[in-house]
Design a protein around this ligand. Sequence first.
Ligand code: COA
Length: 165
Amino acid sequence: MSGDAADVVVRPLVAADLSALERMERALFGGSAWSRQMLADELVGPGRTYVGAELPGGSLVGYAGTWYDGRDVQVMTVATDAGYQGRGIARRMLGALLDRAREQRAESVLLEVRVDNAPAIHLYASMGFRQLGRRRGYYQPENVDAWTMQLLLPAPVVEGAEGER
Ligand SMILES: CC(C)(COP(=O)(O)OP(=O)(O)OC[C@H]1O[C@@H](n2cnc3c(N)ncnc32)[C@H](O)[C@@H]1OP(=O)(O)O)[C@@H](O)C(=O)NCCC(=O)NCCS
């Protein structure tokens, strides 16, 4: 079926994607949606990596982003258009961001997720994230708790380093 993860291209986001991002952001996050300006600032923010999932026809059906602070990577957002969920698209996007985090030599990847967001929790757990703790009332004004989750990234093996003085 068109729109399966295998059909989409995961590519860096650019300013020309802002209208599609704004539309998906409003539809998926409602009252807590980031504004167009916040999305624009995120795309070019320091340490940010943002990718989108594009259909063969050119439509954007998902987006995800991270912030690398020099030590750890924080997942800023992951979202798939409602009509394209459940096809492995978020898994592809997150996989690309984890590859980037490894290139950045991040020690770990961290995120917060609403405790009632089962699809997202399953996605992160299936990719190796473990629950670290619970942040009470993290999401306001709904007053919903967040799980903090972490994926530890093993330090890369440096060839020839063993036994060196
Ligand atoms: C969470 C979200 C990004 C998942 O996107 P998606 O493209 O549908 O996810 P995928 O198809 O790649 O699914 C990957 C895994 O997520 C989990 N998952 C996805 N949808 C699920 C559902 N409805 N119920 C339970 N688990 C689900 C499964 O573990 C799935 O793996 P599987 O297919 O091997 O079982 C999507 O539901 C979304 O955009 N939600 C609204 C925005 C949001 O809440 N973002 C997360 C903020 S922290």
